[in-house]
Design a protein around this ligand. Structure first.
Ligand SMILES: Cc1cc2nc3c(=O)[nH]c(=O)nc-3n(C[C@H](O)[C@H](O)[C@H](O)COP(=O)(O)OP(=O)(O)OC[C@H]3O[C@@H](n4cnc5c(N)ncnc54)[C@H](O)[C@@H]3O)c2cc1C
Length: 387
């Protein structure tokens, strides 16, 4: 077993860290306060390779491996989770669907822009009445005519869509057939399509710098060629994409835990009480040790899942375990970090308050912690709790 990184992986990690320390870290508090990152950062991240890392070279990407992708996501999570989500959703959830299931024309149309960050994608699965129970989604796609090649007409609504108001294109999951998972299909929808409306959701607890939106579709017409993958395969496509997305979330959460560790070590060695640095108190070291162990454990689970993807082996359960552990660890670590900072941890002049708010959503999206446990339980027992 070799857990060491290649020279190439180390080089990418360093470039990513240097870029983010210079271009993101100094601005993140301001972006968080005004509820928007400076979107000029998006194509700049494209130049560094964050978006194109695992997209093949023939579509403008770097053709890299998933362990490298996780290194990038960890650095992004350490710097600013709001920025990490923009990349994860566009190149991960959206880009990987086009790559795995798109026609050659769809790949040529969308992947080069996604890879260099000049185009953004989003992933529209969740609906106001269907979150965890996504197979029950209600957005409806009907044929506009009687022939199989006729246009599609889509009506419905989506909620909590990351990149929603910024994206150039969305993958939208809609019901084309019977109730349940086999009646769902996936469509590629340019966001200037008539009948599509986007409304930004303000007032989020965390990830305030990224755009989260509601989408509504009113008699939105799409050509027959908009479908991605086979008709009726949409739910399977969404779940496969989320399996990989969970590895990316886990890597981002590892970054949050690492940021907490760096912040508490630095603060606790400088802050003095009772005439000595608080790092010298055993009860403070207890908190620091817990964060340190969580950082390592989250990273190891994440790398295992990424390595399985790179080897072409089944990775779904490993991805659920990594996402479950790392997201819960991120919340734990951020909570402890505020404890170490005392009252200073409660104000946004110090970074740990934002880490706490950003970490909180990680146990909710891309499958809640309860859903990850049901997936792991199903893998262990062979019995599905989903009916
Ligand atoms: C900031 C943000 C960004 C997001 N980005 C996207 C995006 O880009 N695209 C997208 O499609 N969605 C996105 N989401 C939606 C997210 O994936 C959902 O919020 C999540 O899947 C949970 O769905 P829900 O909110 O409807 O909660 P519900 O499904 O209503 O769950 C509520 C509670 O019930 C529990 N629960 C539900 N079912 C079960 C069960 N069978 N057993 C045990 N417990 C259960 C859940 O674990 C949870 O604790 C985003 C959400 C947020 C907050």
């Amino acid at each position: 077993m070799d857990l060491s990184l290649t020279e190439e992986q180390r080089a990418f990690q360093q470039v990513a860290r240097d870029f983010l320390d210079k271009e993101v870290v100094p601005h993140r508090t301001e972006w968080d306060r005004r509820e928007s990152v400076d979107t000029a950062i998006i194509p700049r991240m494209g130049e560094i390779g964050f978006f194109g890392l695992t997209i093949p070279e023939e579509y403008g990407g770097l053709g890299g491996d998933h362990v490298s992708y996780c290194l990038g996501m960890e650095e992004l999570g350490r710097a600013d989770s709001a920025v990490r989500g923009i990349v994860s959703v566009s190149s991960g959830l959206f880009g990987k669907i086009v790559l795995a299931h798109g026609t050659e024309e769809q790949k040529q149309q969308w992947l080069p822009g996604i890879a260099n960050g000049t185009k953004l994608g989003c992933f529209a699965l969740t609906e106001p009445d269907n979150g965890s129970d996504a197979a029950n989604l209600k957005t409806r796609a009907r044929r506009g005519g009687s022939s199989p090649g006729a246009d599609w007409v889509i009506d419905g609504a989506k909620i909590f869509i990351t990149n929603g108001t910024w994206a150039d294109v969305a993958v939208v999951f809609a019901r084309t057939g019977s109730e349940g998972p086999r009646g769902v299909s996936a469509f590629l929808v340019p966001t200037d399509t008539p009948g599509l409306e986007r409304t930004e959701i303000k007032g989020k607890l965390g990830l305030r710098g990224q755009a989260t939106a509601s989408l509504t579709f009113s008699s939105m017409r799409l050509p027959a060629s908009a479908i991605v993958g086979e008709e009726g395969q949409g739910f399977r496509i969404a779940m496969q994409s989320l399996d990989k997305g969970r590895v990316s979330v886990a890597a981002g959460c590892t970054g949050i835990v690492r940021a907490c560790l760096e912040e508490v070590v630095s603060y606790a060695t400088e802050r003095t009480q009772f005439g000595k640095p608080i790092a010298g108190f055993q009860l403070v070291q207890d908190m620091i040790a817990d964060i340190s162990v969580d950082a390592d454990a989250a990273r190891l689970l994440t790398w295992r899942a990424a390595d399985l993807i790179d080897r072409g082996e089944p990775f779904g359960t490993a991805a659920s375990k990594a996402k479950l552990f790392a997201s819960e660890a991120a919340v734990r670590a951020a909570n402890l970090a505020i404890q170490v900072f005392g009252g200073y941890g409660y104000v946004d002049e110090y970074p740990v308050q934002k880490l706490m708010r950003d970490a909180r959503v990680m146990t909710l999206y891309e499958g809640t912690s309860q859903i990850q446990k049901l997936l792991i339980g199903r893998a262990e027992t062979g019995i599905s709790a989903f009916g």
